[in-house]
Design a binder for this molecule. Sequence first.
Ligand code: ATP
Ligand code: FE2
Length: 321
Amino acid sequence: GPVLGIEGTAWNLSAAIFDTDLICLKSKPYKPVVGGIHPREAAQHHAAEIGALICSVLDEGPRPVAVAFSQGPGLGPCLRIVGTAARALALSLKVPLIGVNHCVAHVEIGRYASGFEDPIVLYASGANTQVFGYLNNRYRIFGETLDIGIGNAIDKFARSKGLSHPGGPQIEKLAKDGTYIPLPYTVKGMDLAFSGLISAAKDSHESIANVCYSLQETAFAMCVEVTERALSQTGKNEVILVGGVGANRRLQEMLRIMCEARGASFAVPEMQFLGDNGAMIAYTGRIMLEHGSILEVKDSRVNPSYRADQVPVTWRSTIPT
Ligand code: ATP
Ligand code: FE2
């Protein structure tokens, strides 16, 4: 049956109803007037908008059989607004409540959109940069950023050059006219770090186009290297790219080239499923409901540092060997 999903871990407050297909998806993004995302301001935005947003989704779609929400990771104040609304709604509709891990939801909507069975996943967003693969009922994190997420890194650099938030799309445009200059490349085993790269980019006296181009080339090559190593170590043969930074054409191209060279398939979900969105929460909530992963209200606290590998993946059975 139809499941309502509510997302609001950071900037995008979004709600959707998913049955066998997406029925309805609406978003009310928070846009900072100056600077980056302020957690309390974002939470105030979510609190002000969540009632009207949920009502408009409920008006358009069928009555949901369950309410799913992003339980974490994310900004604490934002998570608490969404959690409170989800609990109240589930109780008043007398339907089950489902707590969805935001990262797992990116993976699941990516699998849905690509049709891939068992991909390596590069999750490149504002706050997160992680490489996942499924093994023994968990999404294992093979590698991840040791400091900040790739999107926040790019946005920070953009802000230092006077560009508005989010900087990612603007850096992508500026990079088109640049040529390569060396910048710090940091991959440690399977993990990545971006702060040295961003400091060097900020301090560079090269043209903005050259710095943008080289920032992208360096940061993306780091992600591609770790993704490739995860492919090779697991023997999997599919890759998907998810998260807001996945909109970047150059990152898509670099991953596609790497995958072609290895004989692996590559896919990126359509835009509406790429960045943070309610559809991925509704969709993942629906498969969790089918497999009995529901939450009691007393256990439904949000978790700002909830990790993908803490979630028992009850809906994917291990193929016996
Ligand atoms: P999460 O909570 O999963 O970390 P998020 O709140 O950061 O996600 P997303 O929608 O996944 O939200 O990603 C937003 C990020 O994507 C921003 O940092 C933005 O600059 C970046 N981004 C969007 N488009 C592009 C692009 N074309 N190139 C590079 N970065 C981009
Ligand atoms: Fe996200």
